[in-house]
Design a protein around this ligand. Structure first.
Ligand code: AGP
Length: 611
Protein backbone atom coordinates (compact mmCIF):
# COMPACT_ATOMS: atom_id res chain seq x y z
CA UNK A 1 0.00 0.00 0.00
CA UNK A 2 1.70 3.24 -1.09
CA UNK A 3 0.57 6.84 -1.09
CA UNK A 4 0.38 8.88 -4.28
CA UNK A 5 -0.22 12.60 -4.77
CA UNK A 6 -0.18 14.73 -7.94
CA UNK A 7 -1.06 18.32 -8.78
CA UNK A 8 -1.59 20.51 -11.84
CA UNK A 9 -2.72 24.13 -11.66
CA UNK A 10 -1.69 27.66 -10.71
CA UNK A 11 -0.26 26.83 -7.29
CA UNK A 12 3.34 25.83 -6.60
CA UNK A 13 3.09 22.04 -7.00
CA UNK A 14 5.82 21.02 -4.55
CA UNK A 15 4.28 22.27 -1.27
CA UNK A 16 0.88 20.79 -2.22
CA UNK A 17 2.46 17.42 -3.00
CA UNK A 18 4.72 17.35 0.07
CA UNK A 19 1.88 18.16 2.46
CA UNK A 20 -0.26 15.54 0.76
CA UNK A 21 2.43 12.89 1.13
CA UNK A 22 2.65 13.61 4.86
CA UNK A 23 -1.07 12.93 5.13
CA UNK A 24 -0.58 9.60 3.37
CA UNK A 25 2.38 8.32 5.38
CA UNK A 26 0.04 5.90 7.17
CA UNK A 27 0.00 4.06 3.83
CA UNK A 28 3.75 3.56 3.76
CA UNK A 29 6.91 5.28 4.83
CA UNK A 30 9.85 3.32 3.39
CA UNK A 31 10.82 6.12 1.01
CA UNK A 32 9.36 9.24 -0.59
CA UNK A 33 9.90 11.23 -3.75
CA UNK A 34 8.64 14.01 -6.02
CA UNK A 35 8.98 14.66 -9.76
CA UNK A 36 8.40 18.22 -11.01
CA UNK A 37 8.08 19.58 -14.53
CA UNK A 38 9.44 23.03 -15.23
CA UNK A 39 11.98 23.53 -18.03
CA UNK A 40 12.75 19.85 -17.82
CA UNK A 41 11.97 16.97 -15.51
CA UNK A 42 13.36 17.09 -11.97
CA UNK A 43 13.17 14.06 -9.65
CA UNK A 44 13.97 14.17 -5.92
CA UNK A 45 13.63 10.95 -3.93
CA UNK A 46 14.99 9.50 -0.71
CA UNK A 47 14.78 6.43 1.50
CA UNK A 48 12.93 7.17 4.72
CA UNK A 49 9.98 9.31 5.69
CA UNK A 50 8.68 12.38 3.85
CA UNK A 51 10.61 14.61 6.28
CA UNK A 52 13.89 13.18 4.93
CA UNK A 53 12.78 14.03 1.37
CA UNK A 54 11.92 17.54 2.54
CA UNK A 55 15.37 17.93 4.04
CA UNK A 56 16.95 16.58 0.88
CA UNK A 57 15.27 19.23 -1.31
CA UNK A 58 16.27 22.30 0.72
CA UNK A 59 17.91 24.84 -1.58
CA UNK A 60 16.86 23.02 -4.75
CA UNK A 61 14.85 24.71 -7.53
CA UNK A 62 11.38 23.35 -6.80
CA UNK A 63 9.37 25.82 -8.86
CA UNK A 64 6.71 24.00 -10.91
CA UNK A 65 2.95 23.96 -11.45
CA UNK A 66 2.76 20.26 -12.24
CA UNK A 67 4.20 17.37 -10.27
CA UNK A 68 3.77 13.86 -8.86
CA UNK A 69 4.74 12.51 -5.44
CA UNK A 70 4.90 9.10 -3.76
CA UNK A 71 5.41 7.61 -0.30
CA UNK A 72 6.36 3.95 -0.61
CA UNK A 73 5.40 0.68 1.07
CA UNK A 74 7.90 -1.70 -0.56
CA UNK A 75 6.64 -4.80 -2.29
CA UNK A 76 9.32 -5.37 -4.94
CA UNK A 77 12.80 -4.15 -4.18
CA UNK A 78 14.21 -3.04 -0.85
CA UNK A 79 13.49 0.40 0.58
CA UNK A 80 16.37 2.58 -0.68
CA UNK A 81 16.94 5.68 -2.82
CA UNK A 82 17.05 3.92 -6.17
CA UNK A 83 13.89 1.91 -5.55
CA UNK A 84 12.04 5.01 -4.36
CA UNK A 85 9.38 6.50 -6.64
CA UNK A 86 8.99 8.46 -8.91
CA UNK A 87 10.86 6.44 -11.47
CA UNK A 88 12.07 8.02 -14.72
CA UNK A 89 12.16 6.24 -18.06
CA UNK A 90 15.24 5.37 -20.09
CA UNK A 91 14.77 8.49 -22.22
CA UNK A 92 14.57 10.60 -19.05
CA UNK A 93 11.44 12.28 -20.43
CA UNK A 94 8.80 10.34 -18.50
CA UNK A 95 8.34 10.00 -14.75
CA UNK A 96 5.83 7.76 -12.99
CA UNK A 97 4.52 6.86 -9.55
CA UNK A 98 2.70 3.60 -8.84
CA UNK A 99 0.68 1.98 -6.07
CA UNK A 100 0.03 -1.75 -6.53
CA UNK A 101 1.76 -4.89 -7.78
CA UNK A 102 2.51 -5.77 -11.43
CA UNK A 103 2.50 -9.57 -11.33
CA UNK A 104 3.89 -10.12 -14.85
CA UNK A 105 6.70 -7.57 -14.56
CA UNK A 106 9.50 -10.15 -14.82
CA UNK A 107 8.44 -11.26 -18.30
CA UNK A 108 8.02 -7.65 -19.46
CA UNK A 109 11.47 -6.82 -18.08
CA UNK A 110 13.07 -9.65 -20.05
CA UNK A 111 11.47 -8.33 -23.26
CA UNK A 112 12.71 -4.81 -22.55
CA UNK A 113 16.25 -5.90 -21.64
CA UNK A 114 16.40 -7.76 -24.94
CA UNK A 115 15.48 -4.44 -26.61
CA UNK A 116 18.35 -2.72 -24.84
CA UNK A 117 16.53 -1.12 -21.96
CA UNK A 118 18.46 -0.74 -18.71
CA UNK A 119 17.03 -0.57 -15.20
CA UNK A 120 18.21 1.48 -12.25
CA UNK A 121 15.91 -0.15 -9.70
CA UNK A 122 14.51 -3.58 -8.73
CA UNK A 123 10.94 -2.38 -8.94
CA UNK A 124 8.03 -3.56 -11.06
CA UNK A 125 7.14 0.11 -11.51
CA UNK A 126 10.24 0.97 -13.54
CA UNK A 127 9.49 -1.98 -15.81
CA UNK A 128 5.94 -0.77 -16.47
CA UNK A 129 7.17 2.78 -17.13
CA UNK A 130 9.70 1.65 -19.75
CA UNK A 131 7.13 -0.71 -21.23
CA UNK A 132 4.91 2.34 -21.75
CA UNK A 133 7.79 4.37 -23.18
CA UNK A 134 8.72 1.55 -25.57
CA UNK A 135 5.15 1.51 -26.91
CA UNK A 136 5.08 5.33 -27.17
CA UNK A 137 8.29 5.34 -29.22
CA UNK A 138 7.51 2.37 -31.46
CA UNK A 139 3.88 3.31 -32.12
CA UNK A 140 4.73 7.03 -32.37
CA UNK A 141 1.59 7.66 -30.31
CA UNK A 142 0.60 10.08 -27.52
CA UNK A 143 1.42 9.04 -23.97
CA UNK A 144 -2.24 8.39 -23.10
CA UNK A 145 -2.47 5.92 -26.00
CA UNK A 146 0.76 4.18 -25.00
CA UNK A 147 -0.61 3.83 -21.46
CA UNK A 148 -3.85 2.41 -22.78
CA UNK A 149 -2.08 -0.18 -24.92
CA UNK A 150 0.37 -1.12 -22.16
CA UNK A 151 -2.31 -1.62 -19.50
CA UNK A 152 -4.05 -4.19 -21.66
CA UNK A 153 -1.02 -6.46 -21.11
CA UNK A 154 -0.64 -5.81 -17.41
CA UNK A 155 -1.57 -8.47 -14.79
CA UNK A 156 -1.93 -7.04 -11.31
CA UNK A 157 -3.17 -4.01 -9.47
CA UNK A 158 -2.13 -0.41 -10.10
CA UNK A 159 -2.68 3.24 -9.77
CA UNK A 160 -0.18 5.05 -11.94
CA UNK A 161 0.37 8.75 -12.58
CA UNK A 162 2.77 9.93 -15.27
CA UNK A 163 4.23 13.26 -16.41
CA UNK A 164 5.88 13.81 -19.78
CA UNK A 165 8.56 16.41 -20.42
CA UNK A 166 7.22 16.86 -23.97
CA UNK A 167 3.70 17.57 -22.62
CA UNK A 168 4.21 19.68 -19.49
CA UNK A 169 0.54 20.64 -19.23
CA UNK A 170 -0.89 17.14 -18.80
CA UNK A 171 -1.03 14.42 -16.14
CA UNK A 172 -1.93 10.89 -17.22
CA UNK A 173 -3.36 8.54 -14.59
CA UNK A 174 -4.94 5.09 -14.57
CA UNK A 175 -6.23 2.61 -11.99
CA UNK A 176 -7.11 -0.99 -11.44
CA UNK A 177 -7.52 -2.42 -7.97
CA UNK A 178 -5.83 0.41 -6.06
CA UNK A 179 -7.60 3.64 -5.09
CA UNK A 180 -7.41 6.97 -6.97
CA UNK A 181 -9.30 10.16 -6.12
CA UNK A 182 -9.24 13.32 -8.30
CA UNK A 183 -10.03 16.63 -6.61
CA UNK A 184 -11.77 19.14 -8.86
CA UNK A 185 -10.56 22.68 -8.21
CA UNK A 186 -10.94 26.00 -10.04
CA UNK A 187 -8.50 25.58 -12.96
CA UNK A 188 -6.60 22.99 -10.95
CA UNK A 189 -6.73 19.28 -10.22
CA UNK A 190 -5.42 17.23 -7.30
CA UNK A 191 -4.83 13.45 -7.40
CA UNK A 192 -4.30 11.19 -4.38
CA UNK A 193 -4.75 7.68 -2.99
CA UNK A 194 -7.52 8.98 -0.76
CA UNK A 195 -9.15 12.31 -0.11
CA UNK A 196 -6.97 13.33 2.86
CA UNK A 197 -4.47 15.40 0.72
CA UNK A 198 -7.35 16.92 -1.26
CA UNK A 199 -10.04 17.88 1.24
CA UNK A 200 -8.43 21.17 2.33
CA UNK A 201 -8.54 22.46 -1.29
CA UNK A 202 -11.83 21.08 -2.56
CA UNK A 203 -14.68 18.80 -1.49
CA UNK A 204 -15.61 17.97 -5.10
CA UNK A 205 -13.99 14.71 -6.11
CA UNK A 206 -14.12 11.99 -8.75
CA UNK A 207 -13.38 8.41 -7.70
CA UNK A 208 -11.70 6.85 -10.75
CA UNK A 209 -12.99 3.38 -11.57
CA UNK A 210 -11.04 0.27 -12.49
CA UNK A 211 -9.78 0.21 -16.10
CA UNK A 212 -10.20 3.97 -16.48
CA UNK A 213 -7.50 6.34 -17.76
CA UNK A 214 -7.58 10.02 -16.78
CA UNK A 215 -6.08 12.76 -19.00
CA UNK A 216 -5.82 15.79 -16.76
CA UNK A 217 -5.00 19.41 -17.55
CA UNK A 218 -5.38 22.34 -15.17
CA UNK A 219 -8.80 23.17 -16.63
CA UNK A 220 -9.87 19.82 -18.11
CA UNK A 221 -10.48 16.26 -16.95
CA UNK A 222 -11.08 13.53 -19.51
CA UNK A 223 -11.84 9.93 -18.51
CA UNK A 224 -11.59 7.00 -20.92
CA UNK A 225 -11.82 3.25 -20.55
CA UNK A 226 -9.24 0.84 -21.94
CA UNK A 227 -11.42 0.60 -25.04
CA UNK A 228 -10.65 4.30 -25.62
CA UNK A 229 -14.30 5.30 -25.02
CA UNK A 230 -15.01 8.54 -23.14
CA UNK A 231 -16.46 8.04 -19.65
CA UNK A 232 -18.47 10.68 -17.80
CA UNK A 233 -16.72 11.76 -14.59
CA UNK A 234 -19.09 11.34 -11.64
CA UNK A 235 -18.46 14.20 -9.20
CA UNK A 236 -19.28 13.58 -5.54
CA UNK A 237 -19.07 15.87 -2.53
CA UNK A 238 -16.80 14.77 0.32
CA UNK A 239 -18.63 14.48 3.64
CA UNK A 240 -15.86 13.01 5.79
CA UNK A 241 -13.47 14.99 7.96
CA UNK A 242 -9.73 14.59 7.49
CA UNK A 243 -9.10 12.30 10.47
CA UNK A 244 -11.82 9.91 9.32
CA UNK A 245 -10.43 9.80 5.78
CA UNK A 246 -7.00 8.64 6.93
CA UNK A 247 -8.71 5.76 8.68
CA UNK A 248 -10.74 4.97 5.58
CA UNK A 249 -13.91 6.05 7.36
CA UNK A 250 -13.33 3.71 10.30
CA UNK A 251 -13.06 5.06 13.85
CA UNK A 252 -9.64 3.50 14.41
CA UNK A 253 -6.81 2.02 12.39
CA UNK A 254 -7.31 -1.26 14.27
CA UNK A 255 -10.90 -1.59 13.04
CA UNK A 256 -9.84 -0.60 9.52
CA UNK A 257 -7.13 -3.26 9.58
CA UNK A 258 -9.54 -5.92 10.88
CA UNK A 259 -11.87 -5.12 7.99
CA UNK A 260 -8.96 -5.08 5.51
CA UNK A 261 -8.33 -8.79 6.09
CA UNK A 262 -10.30 -10.13 3.11
CA UNK A 263 -8.10 -7.92 0.92
CA UNK A 264 -4.83 -8.53 2.75
CA UNK A 265 -5.28 -12.31 2.76
CA UNK A 266 -6.13 -12.10 -0.94
CA UNK A 267 -3.03 -9.96 -1.57
CA UNK A 268 -0.98 -12.54 0.29
CA UNK A 269 -2.23 -15.36 -1.94
CA UNK A 270 -2.24 -13.36 -5.16
CA UNK A 271 0.44 -14.29 -7.65
CA UNK A 272 1.37 -17.29 -5.50
CA UNK A 273 -1.58 -19.67 -5.06
CA UNK A 274 -3.18 -21.02 -8.19
CA UNK A 275 -5.74 -23.43 -6.73
CA UNK A 276 -7.19 -24.35 -10.10
CA UNK A 277 -3.88 -25.68 -11.40
CA UNK A 278 -2.64 -26.73 -7.98
CA UNK A 279 0.51 -24.59 -8.03
CA UNK A 280 2.06 -22.49 -5.29
CA UNK A 281 4.77 -20.12 -6.54
CA UNK A 282 7.10 -18.81 -3.83
CA UNK A 283 10.49 -18.11 -5.36
CA UNK A 284 12.16 -17.38 -2.02
CA UNK A 285 11.02 -20.70 -0.55
CA UNK A 286 11.63 -22.64 -3.79
CA UNK A 287 15.36 -21.95 -3.54
CA UNK A 288 15.47 -23.82 -0.23
CA UNK A 289 12.71 -26.35 -0.88
CA UNK A 290 15.12 -29.32 -0.81
CA UNK A 291 16.66 -28.23 2.48
CA UNK A 292 13.22 -27.78 4.04
CA UNK A 293 11.93 -31.09 2.66
CA UNK A 294 14.96 -32.87 4.10
CA UNK A 295 15.13 -30.91 7.35
CA UNK A 296 14.96 -32.99 10.53
CA UNK A 297 13.67 -30.04 12.47
CA UNK A 298 11.94 -26.72 11.87
CA UNK A 299 12.05 -24.10 14.60
CA UNK A 300 9.56 -21.24 14.54
CA UNK A 301 11.04 -18.19 16.28
CA UNK A 302 8.91 -15.14 17.08
CA UNK A 303 7.29 -13.00 19.76
CA UNK A 304 3.74 -12.10 20.72
CA UNK A 305 1.11 -12.52 18.06
CA UNK A 306 3.71 -13.74 15.60
CA UNK A 307 4.60 -16.48 18.09
CA UNK A 308 0.94 -17.53 18.07
CA UNK A 309 1.14 -17.76 14.28
CA UNK A 310 4.14 -20.04 14.77
CA UNK A 311 2.10 -22.28 17.08
CA UNK A 312 -0.61 -22.65 14.42
CA UNK A 313 2.12 -23.38 11.87
CA UNK A 314 3.55 -26.09 14.14
CA UNK A 315 0.30 -28.05 13.90
CA UNK A 316 0.05 -27.43 10.14
CA UNK A 317 3.65 -28.37 9.28
CA UNK A 318 3.58 -31.51 11.42
CA UNK A 319 0.27 -32.58 9.88
CA UNK A 320 1.18 -31.87 6.25
CA UNK A 321 4.98 -32.25 6.15
CA UNK A 322 5.58 -34.76 8.97
CA UNK A 323 8.63 -32.75 10.10
CA UNK A 324 9.37 -32.18 13.79
CA UNK A 325 8.50 -28.57 14.57
CA UNK A 326 9.35 -26.56 17.68
CA UNK A 327 8.05 -23.09 18.46
CA UNK A 328 10.30 -20.84 20.48
CA UNK A 329 9.88 -17.47 22.12
CA UNK A 330 12.72 -15.54 20.48
CA UNK A 331 13.73 -14.00 23.81
CA UNK A 332 14.22 -17.46 25.35
CA UNK A 333 15.77 -19.01 22.27
CA UNK A 334 18.48 -16.36 21.98
CA UNK A 335 19.74 -16.70 25.55
CA UNK A 336 19.39 -20.44 26.06
CA UNK A 337 22.34 -21.46 23.87
CA UNK A 338 20.02 -23.82 21.98
CA UNK A 339 21.17 -26.91 20.13
CA UNK A 340 21.29 -25.98 16.45
CA UNK A 341 22.29 -28.62 13.93
CA UNK A 342 23.48 -27.79 10.42
CA UNK A 343 20.50 -28.05 8.11
CA UNK A 344 18.00 -27.07 10.78
CA UNK A 345 15.46 -24.66 9.32
CA UNK A 346 14.48 -21.64 11.39
CA UNK A 347 11.33 -19.76 10.37
CA UNK A 348 11.39 -16.23 11.77
CA UNK A 349 7.91 -14.70 11.91
CA UNK A 350 7.62 -10.96 12.34
CA UNK A 351 5.28 -8.19 11.20
CA UNK A 352 7.78 -5.37 11.68
CA UNK A 353 10.89 -7.35 10.82
CA UNK A 354 12.65 -5.32 13.54
CA UNK A 355 11.84 -7.16 16.79
CA UNK A 356 15.18 -7.23 18.60
CA UNK A 357 14.83 -10.65 20.24
CA UNK A 358 13.77 -12.31 16.99
CA UNK A 359 16.56 -10.62 15.05
CA UNK A 360 19.33 -11.65 17.44
CA UNK A 361 17.90 -15.16 17.83
CA UNK A 362 18.13 -15.79 14.09
CA UNK A 363 21.56 -14.16 13.79
CA UNK A 364 22.82 -16.60 16.44
CA UNK A 365 21.13 -19.56 14.75
CA UNK A 366 22.49 -18.54 11.35
CA UNK A 367 26.02 -18.38 12.74
CA UNK A 368 25.55 -22.00 13.84
CA UNK A 369 24.63 -23.13 10.32
CA UNK A 370 20.84 -23.01 10.39
CA UNK A 371 18.89 -21.89 7.32
CA UNK A 372 16.75 -18.86 8.12
CA UNK A 373 13.42 -18.26 6.35
CA UNK A 374 11.69 -14.98 7.09
CA UNK A 375 7.90 -14.56 7.10
CA UNK A 376 7.87 -10.78 7.39
CA UNK A 377 5.55 -7.90 6.52
CA UNK A 378 7.97 -5.00 6.13
CA UNK A 379 10.03 -5.41 2.96
CA UNK A 380 13.74 -4.87 3.43
CA UNK A 381 13.48 -4.92 7.25
CA UNK A 382 16.37 -6.23 9.35
CA UNK A 383 14.92 -9.73 9.85
CA UNK A 384 14.16 -9.95 6.13
CA UNK A 385 17.73 -8.97 5.32
CA UNK A 386 19.30 -11.47 7.75
CA UNK A 387 17.12 -14.31 6.45
CA UNK A 388 18.50 -16.54 3.69
CA UNK A 389 15.09 -16.37 1.98
CA UNK A 390 11.44 -16.11 2.85
CA UNK A 391 8.06 -14.76 1.85
CA UNK A 392 6.58 -11.35 2.53
CA UNK A 393 3.05 -11.23 3.93
CA UNK A 394 1.98 -8.20 1.78
CA UNK A 395 -0.46 -7.04 4.48
CA UNK A 396 0.46 -3.38 3.98
CA UNK A 397 1.40 -1.08 6.86
CA UNK A 398 -0.16 -2.20 10.13
CA UNK A 399 -0.65 1.02 12.12
CA UNK A 400 -2.69 -0.32 15.03
CA UNK A 401 -0.34 -1.55 17.76
CA UNK A 402 -2.42 -4.69 18.16
CA UNK A 403 -1.54 -7.01 15.32
CA UNK A 404 -4.56 -8.24 13.39
CA UNK A 405 -4.25 -8.36 9.59
CA UNK A 406 -0.55 -9.28 9.90
CA UNK A 407 -1.51 -12.38 11.92
CA UNK A 408 -3.93 -13.78 9.34
CA UNK A 409 -1.47 -12.92 6.56
CA UNK A 410 1.24 -14.82 8.41
CA UNK A 411 -1.09 -17.83 8.65
CA UNK A 412 -1.82 -17.61 4.92
CA UNK A 413 1.90 -17.57 4.03
CA UNK A 414 2.81 -20.35 6.47
CA UNK A 415 -0.06 -22.50 5.16
CA UNK A 416 1.14 -22.04 1.58
CA UNK A 417 4.69 -23.02 2.57
CA UNK A 418 3.45 -26.14 4.40
CA UNK A 419 1.22 -27.11 1.45
CA UNK A 420 4.13 -26.68 -0.97
CA UNK A 421 6.63 -28.60 1.16
CA UNK A 422 4.19 -31.35 2.13
CA UNK A 423 3.27 -31.93 -1.51
CA UNK A 424 6.89 -31.88 -2.70
CA UNK A 425 7.87 -34.21 0.13
CA UNK A 426 5.06 -36.62 -0.73
CA UNK A 427 3.56 -36.55 2.76
CA UNK A 428 0.54 -34.61 1.45
CA UNK A 429 -1.59 -36.62 -0.99
CA UNK A 430 -2.62 -34.86 -4.19
CA UNK A 431 -6.35 -34.83 -3.46
CA UNK A 432 -5.91 -33.33 0.00
CA UNK A 433 -3.43 -30.80 -1.40
CA UNK A 434 -5.90 -29.68 -4.07
CA UNK A 435 -8.76 -29.57 -1.56
CA UNK A 436 -6.76 -27.39 0.84
CA UNK A 437 -5.57 -25.12 -1.99
CA UNK A 438 -9.17 -24.57 -3.09
CA UNK A 439 -10.32 -23.94 0.48
CA UNK A 440 -7.42 -21.54 1.13
CA UNK A 441 -8.39 -19.56 -1.96
CA UNK A 442 -11.93 -19.23 -0.57
CA UNK A 443 -10.83 -17.82 2.80
CA UNK A 444 -10.99 -14.09 1.85
CA UNK A 445 -14.69 -14.32 0.95
CA UNK A 446 -15.41 -16.28 4.14
CA UNK A 447 -13.75 -13.50 6.12
CA UNK A 448 -15.95 -10.97 4.35
CA UNK A 449 -19.05 -12.93 5.37
CA UNK A 450 -17.79 -13.28 8.93
CA UNK A 451 -17.17 -9.55 9.33
CA UNK A 452 -20.90 -8.94 8.83
CA UNK A 453 -21.32 -10.06 12.47
CA UNK A 454 -19.53 -7.02 13.83
CA UNK A 455 -22.70 -5.47 15.29
CA UNK A 456 -23.54 -8.67 17.17
CA UNK A 457 -19.99 -8.84 18.54
CA UNK A 458 -20.22 -5.18 19.53
CA UNK A 459 -23.30 -6.07 21.64
CA UNK A 460 -21.40 -8.92 23.30
CA UNK A 461 -18.62 -6.46 24.09
CA UNK A 462 -21.13 -4.18 25.85
CA UNK A 463 -22.45 -7.17 27.80
CA UNK A 464 -19.09 -8.44 29.05
CA UNK A 465 -17.02 -5.23 29.19
CA UNK A 466 -16.94 -5.07 33.01
CA UNK A 467 -15.54 -8.55 33.60
CA UNK A 468 -12.39 -8.60 35.66
CA UNK A 469 -10.91 -11.68 33.99
CA UNK A 470 -11.51 -13.76 30.86
CA UNK A 471 -10.49 -17.27 29.91
CA UNK A 472 -10.03 -18.31 26.27
CA UNK A 473 -10.10 -22.03 25.53
CA UNK A 474 -9.45 -24.02 22.37
CA UNK A 475 -7.98 -27.29 21.21
CA UNK A 476 -5.71 -28.29 18.34
CA UNK A 477 -5.41 -25.60 15.68
CA UNK A 478 -7.64 -23.36 17.80
CA UNK A 479 -5.49 -23.56 20.92
CA UNK A 480 -3.09 -20.86 19.58
CA UNK A 481 -6.17 -18.85 18.60
CA UNK A 482 -7.25 -18.94 22.26
CA UNK A 483 -3.88 -17.51 23.21
CA UNK A 484 -4.17 -14.83 20.51
CA UNK A 485 -7.69 -13.89 21.60
CA UNK A 486 -6.50 -13.48 25.18
CA UNK A 487 -3.55 -11.34 24.08
CA UNK A 488 -5.79 -9.06 22.00
CA UNK A 489 -8.11 -8.51 24.96
CA UNK A 490 -5.26 -7.82 27.38
CA UNK A 491 -3.45 -5.33 25.20
CA UNK A 492 -6.53 -3.44 24.01
CA UNK A 493 -8.86 -3.40 27.06
CA UNK A 494 -6.36 -3.98 29.90
CA UNK A 495 -8.63 -6.78 31.20
CA UNK A 496 -6.68 -9.78 32.44
CA UNK A 497 -7.18 -12.76 30.11
CA UNK A 498 -5.56 -16.13 29.73
CA UNK A 499 -5.60 -18.65 26.93
CA UNK A 500 -5.34 -22.38 27.57
CA UNK A 501 -5.73 -25.67 25.80
CA UNK A 502 -9.33 -26.50 26.77
CA UNK A 503 -8.29 -29.77 28.39
CA UNK A 504 -5.95 -27.91 30.75
CA UNK A 505 -8.86 -26.57 32.80
CA UNK A 506 -8.96 -29.54 35.14
CA UNK A 507 -5.26 -29.08 35.94
CA UNK A 508 -5.89 -25.96 37.99
CA UNK A 509 -7.40 -22.99 36.10
CA UNK A 510 -10.96 -24.29 36.57
CA UNK A 511 -10.64 -23.08 40.17
CA UNK A 512 -11.08 -19.58 38.71
CA UNK A 513 -14.53 -20.36 37.32
CA UNK A 514 -17.56 -18.72 38.86
CA UNK A 515 -20.57 -16.69 37.63
CA UNK A 516 -18.41 -13.60 37.10
CA UNK A 517 -15.98 -15.26 34.70
CA UNK A 518 -16.62 -15.15 30.94
CA UNK A 519 -15.01 -18.11 29.16
CA UNK A 520 -14.56 -17.81 25.38
CA UNK A 521 -14.54 -21.22 23.69
CA UNK A 522 -13.36 -21.64 20.13
CA UNK A 523 -15.63 -24.60 19.44
CA UNK A 524 -15.71 -24.88 15.67
CA UNK A 525 -16.55 -28.17 14.00
CA UNK A 526 -13.20 -29.95 13.88
CA UNK A 527 -11.70 -33.17 15.17
CA UNK A 528 -11.72 -31.86 18.72
CA UNK A 529 -15.30 -30.59 18.76
CA UNK A 530 -16.86 -33.23 21.02
CA UNK A 531 -14.13 -32.81 23.60
CA UNK A 532 -14.55 -29.05 23.59
CA UNK A 533 -18.27 -29.52 24.20
CA UNK A 534 -17.49 -31.53 27.36
CA UNK A 535 -15.13 -28.78 28.50
CA UNK A 536 -17.96 -26.30 27.95
CA UNK A 537 -20.22 -28.45 30.15
CA UNK A 538 -17.57 -28.42 32.89
CA UNK A 539 -17.55 -24.60 32.84
CA UNK A 540 -21.35 -24.36 32.82
CA UNK A 541 -21.55 -26.76 35.74
CA UNK A 542 -19.56 -24.20 37.70
CA UNK A 543 -21.75 -21.27 36.59
CA UNK A 544 -19.15 -19.81 34.25
CA UNK A 545 -20.44 -17.62 31.43
CA UNK A 546 -19.72 -19.19 28.02
CA UNK A 547 -19.18 -17.30 24.76
CA UNK A 548 -18.73 -19.88 22.02
CA UNK A 549 -17.25 -19.31 18.56
CA UNK A 550 -19.02 -22.00 16.54
CA UNK A 551 -20.03 -23.09 13.07
CA UNK A 552 -23.60 -22.80 11.80
CA UNK A 553 -26.02 -25.41 13.21
CA UNK A 554 -23.98 -26.48 16.23
CA UNK A 555 -27.04 -27.15 18.40
CA UNK A 556 -25.04 -28.61 21.28
CA UNK A 557 -23.01 -25.42 21.74
CA UNK A 558 -26.04 -23.20 21.20
CA UNK A 559 -27.83 -25.02 24.02
CA UNK A 560 -24.88 -24.78 26.37
CA UNK A 561 -23.47 -21.31 25.66
CA UNK A 562 -24.74 -18.00 27.00
CA UNK A 563 -23.75 -16.35 23.71
CA UNK A 564 -22.50 -17.64 20.36
CA UNK A 565 -20.66 -16.18 17.39
CA UNK A 566 -21.04 -18.07 14.12
CA UNK A 567 -18.07 -18.45 11.79
CA UNK A 568 -18.09 -20.12 8.35
CA UNK A 569 -16.96 -23.72 8.17
CA UNK A 570 -13.51 -24.55 6.80
CA UNK A 571 -10.95 -27.29 6.96
CA UNK A 572 -9.58 -27.27 10.52
CA UNK A 573 -6.10 -26.36 9.21
CA UNK A 574 -7.55 -23.09 7.85
CA UNK A 575 -9.97 -22.36 10.69
CA UNK A 576 -7.62 -20.09 12.70
CA UNK A 577 -7.79 -17.45 9.91
CA UNK A 578 -11.53 -17.34 10.60
CA UNK A 579 -11.92 -18.10 14.31
CA UNK A 580 -9.48 -15.34 15.32
CA UNK A 581 -11.53 -12.56 13.73
CA UNK A 582 -14.44 -12.49 16.21
CA UNK A 583 -11.83 -12.36 18.98
CA UNK A 584 -10.11 -9.37 17.34
CA UNK A 585 -13.47 -7.61 17.11
CA UNK A 586 -14.47 -8.54 20.70
CA UNK A 587 -11.23 -7.06 22.06
CA UNK A 588 -11.62 -3.96 19.88
CA UNK A 589 -15.22 -3.24 20.90
CA UNK A 590 -14.54 -3.86 24.60
CA UNK A 591 -11.59 -1.45 24.39
CA UNK A 592 -13.72 1.16 22.62
CA UNK A 593 -16.59 0.73 25.11
CA UNK A 594 -14.07 1.48 27.88
CA UNK A 595 -13.00 4.59 25.89
CA UNK A 596 -9.39 3.43 25.67
CA UNK A 597 -6.88 4.34 22.94
CA UNK A 598 -7.21 1.11 20.98
CA UNK A 599 -4.71 2.16 18.31
CA UNK A 600 -2.03 3.08 20.83
CA UNK A 601 -2.60 1.08 24.03
CA UNK A 602 -0.68 2.16 27.12
CA UNK A 603 2.86 0.78 27.70
CA UNK A 604 3.02 -0.79 24.20
CA UNK A 605 5.02 -0.02 21.04
CA UNK A 606 4.26 -1.22 17.55
CA UNK A 607 7.70 -2.67 17.15
CA UNK A 608 9.80 -3.83 20.12
CA UNK A 609 13.24 -2.98 18.77
CA UNK A 610 14.83 -3.11 22.24
CA UNK A 611 15.38 -6.12 24.48
C1 AGP B 1 0.59 -8.12 19.01
O1 AGP B 1 -0.72 -7.57 18.99
C2 AGP B 1 1.59 -7.22 19.67
N1 AGP B 1 1.58 -5.92 19.08
C3 AGP B 1 2.95 -7.86 19.81
O2 AGP B 1 2.78 -9.03 20.55
C4 AGP B 1 3.70 -8.24 18.50
O3 AGP B 1 3.05 -9.31 17.88
C5 AGP B 1 5.12 -8.67 18.89
O4 AGP B 1 5.78 -7.56 19.47
C6 AGP B 1 5.94 -9.17 17.70
O5 AGP B 1 6.09 -8.13 16.78
P1 AGP B 1 6.60 -8.49 15.30
O6 AGP B 1 5.57 -9.39 14.69
O7 AGP B 1 6.71 -7.18 14.61
O8 AGP B 1 7.93 -9.19 15.43
Amino acid sequence: MCGIVAYIGPREAYPVILKGLKRLEYRGYDSAGVALLNSGLKVFKKKGKVAELEENTIGKDLHAHIGIGHTRWATHGEPNDRNAHPHSSNSGKLAMIHNGIIENYAQLKQELVRKGYHFKSDTDTEVLLNFIEDIKINNKCPLEEAVRIALKRIVGAYVIVLIDQDNPDTLIAARKGSPLVIGIGKNEHFLASDASPIIEYTKEVVYVNDYEIAIIKADELILKNLGNERQTPFITKLDMELAAIEKGGYDHFMLKEIFEQPTTIYDCLRGRLDAENGTITMSGIQKYADQIVNAHRIVMVACGTSWHAGLVAEYIFEELCRINVEVEYASEFRYRNPVINKGDVIIAISQSGETADTLVAIENAKSKGAIILGVVNVVGSSIARVSNAGAYTHAGPEIGVASTKAFTAQLAVLTMIALKIGYEKGTLPHDRYMQLARELEAIPEKVTALLQQHEHIKQLAEKYRDARDFLYLGRGYNFPVALEGALKLKEISYIHAEGYPAAEMKHGPIALVDETLPVVFIATKDSYHEKVISNMQEIKARKGKVIAVINEGDEQSIKLADDVIIVPEADEILLPMLSVIPLQLLAYYIGVSKELDVDKPRNLAKSVTVE
